[in-house]
Design a binder for this molecule. Structure first.
Ligand code: ZN
Length: 254
């Protein structure tokens, strides 16, 4: 990025004394912008950063930046294709540009799917915040009759890492797929919303679907406390899930 910044400065001086066309300044600015966005993607997408460590704002930024890369690659290909049409470029020379576009599209897809996981987590945390604000759950109509928006099971056991491991194995054995864990302990999203989620686990299962029913029975027979969240209003970010462990508490500001 330093190189791009220095180049921009050099071009700016040349343009100022009339030694380079203004168009070059614009190109240098674009290259600097691209270098900056490369760094953002490097940090948020390609590094070893886990979904749990991404905030909602970072997830949005990641998708926006990956979108810019895709647009730029598309533009390059379109411009080059026009030159092919008027005979200024060979058709073969389009190949690397098409590959570049395909890579950018793939990156955008990965960024979007990671961001969707963060969005789901935001919905889960919002459901828990709402339950905290309205401890008396209202009833909602479910296919199996009226049910409370959330239910609490007060178990007497402490939920530890060993219990989680055992439970995940049992789930996999029963359903031949991994348990869909959305949050294991504290995440960046929880922290950003001021929630202490340490020692708690969120599982992205609807409480009344087969797997959700199984998990609730499992937890009850092991006397492990949980909350089952049902509410799902399309367009609103409160997601159904099962929260295992004691209720979350507010993070105390330093
Ligand atoms: Zn939770």
């Amino acid at each position: 990025m330093r190189a791009a910044a220095e180049e921009l400065e050099r071009v700016r001086q040349l343009v100022a004394v009339g030694a380079a066309p203004v168009k070059q300044l614009k190109q240098a600015e674009e290259r600097l912008e691209e270098a900056k966005e490369s760094q953002i993607l490097e940090k948020l997408l390609y590094s070893e950063i886990k979904v749990e460590d991404l905030t909602e704002a970072q997830a949005k930024e990641m998708v926006a930046v990956a979108g810019h890369f895709e647009q730029r690659e598309q533009q390059r290909l379109d411009d080059a294709a026009k030159m092919v049409e008027i005979g200024l470029r060979s058709k073969n020379s389009l190949e690397p540009l098409a590959e570049g576009l395909a890579r950018a599209q793939h990156t955008l897809g990965v960024a979007k799917s990671r961001a969707a996981l963060v969005e789901e987590l935001v919905g889960i945390v919002k459901a828990e915040l709402e339950a905290e604000a309205h401890p008396q759950p209202e009833m909602i109509q479910e296919p199996n009759g009226p049910r409370p928006i959330f239910e609490r099971y007060v178990g007497s056991m402490v939920f530890g890492p060993q219990d989680l491991k055992k439970m995940m194995l049992a789930f996999e054995k029963k359903f031949a797929k991994p348990m869909p864990i959305s949050a294991r302990g504290e995440t960046a999203v929880h922290r950003a919303l001021g929630f202490d989620h340490r020692g708690r686990v969120d599982v992205a299962l609807k409480p009344d679907q087969e797997e959700g029913v199984w998990l609730r029975h499992y937890l009850e027979s092991a006397k492990i406390p949980y909350f089952a969240f049902r509410k799902w209003i399309p367009g609103q970010a409160t997601a159904p899930h099962i929260h295992i462990g004691p209720p979350s508490t507010r993070l105390i500001a330093d």
